[in-house]
Design a protein around this ligand. Structure first.
Ligand code: F6P
Length: 494
């Protein structure tokens, strides 16, 4: 996208001239975060068009249904009650979540009070939504003054196991096994490996060191965990939306229960905004408008998120599951084929590393990639302020360069510009602002889903591969497999 061609939107720099108030209309302050969507092609006409599309798509009704705890996950006949975990849902869901939080809190208190003896580390086992959120929280917030060495294990790979336990002392480690279903092969295999590790180190009661977090307590009991150490969360809490529930216990152990409560409060503030702000000033909805515009009108197949803060380096991984597992679908919530493109591929990295690796394509490549910069104003490192100043200025410079470009007689040195970017600037990184940031992304994902007519709360696409893996591992007869797969199995002597 080099210039304003027929059927192409105006150039970004022109939009600023044409709409002198666009910065104030497209930037919003919320819960310690500043969102700047002014470097997107959303102009007043487009916003109005998308507001009316949201009306036609039944956005208000869908949002009401979400917060009222109605069945919004049609294919599985479930509500999506993650908002109740931060006090924003239907009263009965909020009460149940609060009671479950009290149990989690009691366990955190018990660990701190020494009920499990001397505890110096936590081995958190889980995969997908049962690990990505907690790992993001601990990595972002548990760096300074973390009470415990919290390690995460997800992949079914002995290398990952060895890495995860390398700094842990089995005698003083708690295992937190998280699985909504408690049937996930990787998690159960890793839990068994952890039990062997404890046993091998002479821990007298290995099961007594395991806390299970699940929506299927019976399955956890069958796996050998005593009910006193099973923390239940609701069936209506989707895995990738679950960090607010007892799934967040490892984070609460790392940075304390009061910090965990602040995380929930930050999210609740964004919930209130999403529920009550006018559509044209509703940040998750506005962001979804821009998302749909780039995917549907400009054919963007990817979007990139760069964390200009090492503490947020896991954000792109977290967002990949949130956005791609939620909205990477081809049919509507009622099963009708969708004609247009749905979720783009979410990818990203860390600034300024990414500048020296992938930004060439972003500035001069032939594809348009909407770029998101996420940065934090207040630093929390041991170096002088100049270091952090350089980091932030780099982020802002990239956004400016993408938008304005630079003409040159030498085509090699010419930058077309007119490339969209968005910026989210946190005043500081603390539990409250991180909770707000994650809740913003959840609601943006939901808003995208409503605009497309998708159910963002199921994920049948991940099942087929799991079924085939199970079948392959249970039977030595692979004769019904395709020749390529059969040859791979034979070559690896499996
Ligand atoms: O395979 C995808 C998935 O079902 C995710 O949706 C989920 O977060 C992950 O597996 C883990 O599932 P569980 O929490 O049941 O172990």
């Amino acid at each position: 996208m080099t210039a304003a061609e027929p059927n192409q939107p105006s150039r970004l720099d022109e939009l600023f001239e044409r709409e002198p108030d666009r910065l104030s209309r497209l930037s919003i302050e919320l819960a310690g975060l500043y969102f700047d969507w002014s470097k997107t092609h959303l102009d007043q006409a487009l916003v109005a068009e998308f507001v009316s599309r949201a009306e036609t798509a039944g956005f208000e009704k869908a949002r009401h249904a979400l917060f009222a705890g109605e069945i919004v996950n049609l294919s599985e006949g479930r509500p999506a009650i993650h908002v109740a975990e931060r006090g924003s849902g239907a009263p009965e869901d909020v009460d149940l979540s609060a009671a479950r939080h009290q149990r989690t809190r009691a366990l955190v208190d018990a660990v701190e009070a020494g009920a499990f003896g001397d505890v110096t580390g936590v081995l958190h086992i889980g995969i997908g939504g049962s690990v990505l959120g907690p790992a993001l929280l601990v990595d972002a917030l548990g760096r300074r003054g973390s009470r415990l060495d919290v390690r995460f294990l997800s992949n079914i790979d002995g290398q990952a196991f060895d890495d995860a336990v390398s700094t842990l002392d089995p005698a003083t480690t708690l295992v937190v096994a998280v699985s909504k279903t408690f049937t996930t092969a990787e998690t159960l295999a890793n839990m068994d490996a952890a039990l062997d590790w404890l046993r091998g180190a002479g821990v007298a009661d290995p099961y007594g060191r395991v806390i299970a977090v699940t929506a299927s307590p019976d399955a956890a009991t069958r796996a050998g965990i005593d009910e006193t150490r099973i923390l239940q969360f609701g069936e209506g809490v989707g895995g990738r939306y679950s960090l607010w529930s007892s799934v967040g216990i490892s984070a609460a152990l790392a940075f304390g229960w009061s910090g965990f409560e602040e995380l929930l409060e930050g999210a609740a503030e964004v919930d209130r905004h999403f529920r009550f702000a006018e559509p044209q000033a509703n940040m998750p909805l506005l962001a979804a408008f821009a998302d749909r515009f780039y995917v549907e009108r400009l054919g963007c197949q990817t979007r990139a998120v760069f964390a200009y803060d090492e503490r947020l380096r896991l954000l792109p991984f977290y967002l990949q599951q949130l956005e791609m597992e939620s909205n990477g679908k081809s049919v509507t919530a009622t099963g009708k084929a969708l004609e247009g493109p749905t979720a783009p591929i979410t990818w990203g990295g860390v600034g300024t590393d990414a500048q020296h690796a992938v930004f060439q394509l972003l500035h001069q490549g032939t594809v348009t990639v909407p770029v998101e910069f996420v940065a934090v104003i207040e630093d929390d490192d041991s170096l002088d302020a100049e270091h952090h100043r350089q980091l932030l200025l780099n982020a802002f410079a990239q956004g400016s360069a993408l938008m304005t470009g630079s003409a040159s007689d030498d085509p090699q040195r010419s930058y077309p510009g007119n490339r969209p970017s968005t910026t989210i600037l946190l005043d500081r990184l603390d539990p409250r602002t991180l909770g707000a940031l994650i809740a913003f992304y959840e609601h943006r994902t939901f808003a995208n889903a409503v605009l497309m007519g998708i159910n963002p709360f199921d994920q049948f696409g991940v099942e087929l591969g799991k079924q085939i893996a199970r079948k392959l591992s249970e039977s030595a007869d692979h004769s019904d497999m395709d020749p390529s797969t059969r040859a791979l199995i034979e070559r690896a002597a499996l």
